[in-house]
Design a protein around this ligand. Structure first.
Ligand code: BGC
Length: 803
């Protein structure tokens, strides 16, 4: 969206003396409030708002409240959905939005009632969880983030938007931009991982692709940025749990991706289930009004999460439904998703004077704005089109995107073979083993929207196409085993409503026998490919936190037994999180993280295995060695007692003993953030800066980049490849301590063999500022260390000063 107005100066203030007498360049929250630009010009449009106001004047209190009420009139995506007569509610103007209803016929059915039978002919807003594709299923969001390619993500959003509109859906509950640093949390799969800088770039990609800077386009959809805020910081990685953090961490780590999405014009935001520092996010005036509306200038609508208004009762912030509904509405939640409290408690409170009618007006106004911006008043219906077909073009897109998301974690040389991947001539007979090898459904991942397993390609199918009878197959074991009793019970409970594929959920009764069979299969082959991981639907995603991050069931046993044959083993992980695969990391020559790679997943993995596509993805999360390391992320804060010794070093004195480390595990990740190999190699020059010193004054003015870092990257191998060049900073002296390193730039660079390119990274206020103890965003005089390289371990270094 074009901004309604651009402030002349980004900062009104220049250089201050801080209480400690450090000169700082400042942008305070208060200044941000005064200057907040309107991020979505369409929602601020004068004509549009005149139509909204004219309509509001005609509405009764009940009709205005009706706009704030949302029901799921289709499948349930939370505990017990409502069961009401939606025809009647819509006709009465008592529901402004329906979710989980899809398809032109069904959505038109309700829309006809709204447009023709309701008093004011206000269209319904249909919403759905289109997360990584509508019908064409792309890799899960964590995988998409591994592409480090916001443009690619925008193309995924484009295809999804076109299909969603054909399904009658102008509003998608995506992107999920919660920073996720704890792999126990099941919803890490829906996230872009652990880093605010990468997460923000990816958030922009989603919004631009879905909304195209123009909501009136018939193939644009409004996004819902979720889950606001800090849902990913659930304590202990347990879904829906409280979050508790400093204001600095909130603003510096967790809020940036939401902000990036809002700045990109996001039309709607979803409030989250969790509490933040004791105040539930769905009744939180600080995040919803102060930050979102006042500081960021957000003009769109805020919808609650499923039932999160009613769940305020469980948070015990009020004695009854009326009180908590009032708290949510006045804090800034405009629409109640499946909570049924706005519908039943608000009118009486307005009549009694407990809630000013202006509050209801404002919520209805924000909702109507989005409906007008989407053009729904003028074009409320969806044209009925032929049923979805996964055309060659869609398959090609899904396959190409899939391959860009697959991370080559390890690829060591094997004696007599060389690098195990890509599979070369030596691999005449290939043994494919494991519970995820023959599962098309699992390729789709969790939250697959309307994706259909019948269109999905399993790894077995893809390898069979290439190898014919040179492919041997053995399942080996189930995803779970008889001893995973709790998980099994959980799965079979859900089973009643939405059966997961039996292939991956049923325990194989005699694992010893099937593991022995798999071992025999491996012995007949030149190489064994093990397809292991988690059940996509019920071990990853919402309500799927895990306390054990290693391979579930008997998969580790299977892996070790096959590896004991001495045959070279490639491990392919189909998972929604970085699992703890320490043994594999130490003993296997090749490991591929495929996440859930989408409808064309099998083909995409095969393209990587055979080298048709040279892997370029980099992990957006740190892989733990052990569950106990979680939450694990590279941008750790410094400690007064850093550990310079690893586990192999037995402390010989107290100085070595009393450092920040585990006694039974390393601190570091098994595979760090930003890590991913290629079939070629890249070398880096020393990074350089165009200025050794930048002035604090320039920073404060916010005029252009303060300096530019340059680095040369060369393809030193023999095949073409793409490298994600990463730039990290370390602030060496600040009033509030800063992480030991932080990503502040990245670029994908395609290089032919022998080719070298110069890559530049501009650094300005946005990259160099941080929040100080007064929650002011500042740049302070300091020296920055600069690291450039192909992962968060980047070691080529330079520095510059801010003075
Ligand atoms: C999830 C949201 C989702 C909503 C609607 C909730 O349970 O937390 O991410 O958008 O349901 O389906």
């Amino acid at each position: 969206m074009k901004k309604k107005f651009e402030p002349v100066l980004l900062v009104a203030s220049l250089i201050f003396l801080s209480p400690l007498s450090i000169p700082i360049a400042v942008r305070s929250a208060a200044q941000a409030t005064a200057l907040a630009p309107v991020p979505n010009a369409q929602l601020a449009d004068r004509k549009l708002n005149a139509r909204v106001e004219a309509l509001l004047k005609q509405m009764t209190l009940e009709e205005k409240i009706g706009q704030t009420v949302q029901y799921s009139a289709g499948f349930a995506t939370g505990p017990a959905g409502s069961k009401a007569s939606y025809d009647e509610l819509v006709q009465r103007g008592a529901a402004g939005s329906l979710i989980n209803v899809y398809g032109a016929e069904r959505t038109n059915h309700y829309q006809h009632i709204a447009m023709e039978k309701s008093r004011l002919h206000i269209p319904l807003l249909f919403g759905m969880d289109v997360i990584h594709g509508d019908r064409t299923t792309f890799p899960v969001p964590l995988g998409l983030a591994a592409s480090w390619d916001p443009k690619l993500i925008a193309t995924v959003a484009r295809t999804s938007a076109v299909e969603a509109r054909a399904d009658g859906i102008p509003w998608v509950f995506s992107p999920m931009v919660d920073i996720a640093r704890d792999a126990r949390w099941g919803r890490i799969v829906e996230s872009a991982g652990e880093d605010p800088f990468l997460g923000s770039a990816i958030a922009r990609g989603w919004v631009e692709g879905y909304q195209q800077n123009d909501l009136t386009k018939p193939d644009s959809v409004a996004v819902s940025v979720k889950h606001f805020a800090a849902y990913g910081a659930a304590i202990a990685g347990r879904d829906y749990n409280a979050t508790d953090m400093s204001d600095i961490t909130l603003r510096q780590v967790y809020l940036p991706p939401y902000r990036a999405a809002v700045d990109a014009g996001a039309a709607t935001v979803m409030s989250s289930f969790n509490s933040i520092n004791g105040v539930p996010a769905t009744a939180n005036p600080y995040t919803l009004t102060q930050i979102l509306r006042k500081e960021w200038g957000f003009d769109g609508l805020v919808v609650s999460d499923w039932g999160s208004v009613a769940e305020l009762l469980n948070h015990a912030i009020g004695p009854d439904g009326a009180t908590v509904a009032r708290k949510a509405l006045t804090a800034g939640v405009d629409m109640d998703m499946e909570g049924n409290l706005y519908a039943t408690t608000i009118a009486a409170q307005v009549r009694s004077g407990a809630i000013p009618e202006a509050v209801v007006d404002e919520a209805a106004r924000r909702i109507l704005r989005v409906k007008f911006a989407l053009g729904l008043f003028d074009n409320p219906y969806t044209t009925v089109t032929p049923a979805y077909e996964p055309t060659a073009e869609k398959r090609a897109q899904a396959r190409a995107v899939g391959a860009e998301t697959i991370v080559l974690l390890k690829n060591d040389p094997v004696e007599g073979v060389g690098s195990l991947l890509p599979l070369g001539k030596y691999a005449k007979t290939v043994a494919l083993i494991g519970p995820l090898a023959d599962s098309a459904k699992e390729m789709l991942g969790s939250w697959g929207a309307l994706g259909d397993a019948k269109f999905a390609i399993s790894l077995k199918q893809a390898l069979q196409e290439r190898l014919g009878d040179r492919l041997l197959y053995a399942k080996g074991c189930g995803v779970l085993a008889g001893n995973d009793e709790n998980v099994l019970k959980h799965v079979s409970f859900i089973d009643q409503e939405n059966p997961p594929s039996p292939n991956v959920t049923e325990a194989v009764p005699d694992d010893a026998k099937t593991i022995a069979e798999a071992v025999e299969t491996a012995k007949k082959a030149d190489v064994a490919i093990l397809a292991l991981g988690e059940n996509a639907d019920w071990m990853t995603g919402e309500a799927s936190s895990r306390a054990y991050l290693d391979l579930p069931g008997n998969q580790e046993k299977l892996l070790e037994a096959v590896a004991a044959t001495g045959k070279p083993v490639v491990l392919i992980m189909f998972t929604g999180r970085p699992n703890a695969i320490k043994w594999a990391g130490a003993h296997l020559p090749a490991i591929v993280e495929a996440w859930y790679p989408g409808m064309e997943g099998g083909h995409a993995v095969a393209d990587i295995l055979f080298g048709d596509v040279n892997p370029s993805a980099k992990s957006p999360v740190s892989f733990p060695r052990a569950t106990g390391q979680e939450p694990l992320y590279y941008a750790q804060m410094p400690t007064g007692r850093p550990a310079h010794v690893d586990l192999s070093h037995i402390p010989s004195n107290a100085v070595e003993k009393f450092v920040s480390r585990y006694i039974d595990e390393e601190n570091s990740a098994l595979f760090p953030f930003g890590w991913g190999l290629s079939y070629t190699r890249f070398s880096y020059s020393q990074p350089t800066v165009d200025k050794a010193q930048v002035s604090l004054q320039d920073m404060a003015q916010g005029h252009g980049p303060g300096l530019t870092v340059g680095v040369d990257v060369r393809n030193t191998g023999s095949v073409a490849g793409t490298e994600v060049v990463q730039l990290y900073l370390r602030n060496t002296s600040s009033s509030v301590e800063q992480p030991v390193r932080e990503l502040k730039g990245f670029q994908r660079v395609a290089l032919a063999p022998g080719e070298s390119k110069h890559v530049e990274f501009p650094l300005g206020f946005d990259e160099l500022s941080f929040y100080n103890a007064e929650s002011k965003r500042v740049v302070e005089p300091t020296t920055y260390k600069v690291f450039a390289g192909g992962s968060s371990l980047a070691s080529k270094e330079t520095s510059f000063e801010v003075k």
